[in-house]
Write a protein of this length. Structure first.
Length: 179
């Protein structure tokens, strides 16, 4: 009886049928998690690209001169509105909700090119930081800065990133065109 039991145990230990199923059962969940991670990090990268493009379009729209002969009018406020509109249009075109943006924390600090303040202008949009005119280089080149953050929520079950919301930052600067 003992001899029969030992012989059966040796035969089962040497048997390889079903090993592939056991290996697949061990590896497939890990592969699935890796694929989910690739997908969600790809989504985050896609959103990063879209909001960066939106910030660039906003900075360009805010840096274009509005009127060459309109001395004394409030062109800074209009350029801020143009920048905010360009950002909102770019986000909408990328199928992102412009209402989800927020002012970046901490707010960017630039030296001003004029006597006005270089703080974030929230009159045009309370959800993004538009600064103009600000110094872009140490040589005094002036321009417009647009920056904001957009939320993204991961969905990776069984990880610490599951349902974790992160804020992706976008920032762009553009040189002001001469009048």
């Amino acid at each position: 009886m003992l001899h029969s039991l030992q012989s059966n145990a040796r035969r089962l230990a040497a048997e390889t049928r079903g090993a592939e199923i056991a290996e697949a059962a061990a590896v497939l969940p890990l592969m699935f998690m890796m694929l989910l991670g690739i997908f969600w990090f790809g989504q985050a990268f896609s959103i990063y690209g879209a909001i960066t493009r939106a910030a660039q379009e906003g900075a360009r729209a805010g840096a274009v001169p509005l009127c060459a002969t309109c001395a004394g009018t409030n062109t800074i406020a209009q350029s801020d509105i143009n920048a905010a509109t360009a950002v909102q249009n770019a986000l909408t075109a990328s199928k992102l909700d412009p209402n989800l943006t927020r002012i970046p924390v901490p707010t960017p600090a630039f030296a001003s090119c004029s006597t006005s303040t270089s703080a974030c202008d929230v009159a045009a949009s309370a959800k993004m930081c538009i600064q103009a005119p600000v110094q872009l280089t140490s040589t005094g080149l002036c321009g417009t800065s647009v920056s904001f953050q957009y939320p993204f929520q991961f969905w990776l079950p069984f990880t610490s990133l599951n349902k974790q919301q992160i804020w992706i930052s976008a920032s762009a600067r553009s040189r002001m065109e001469p009048r």
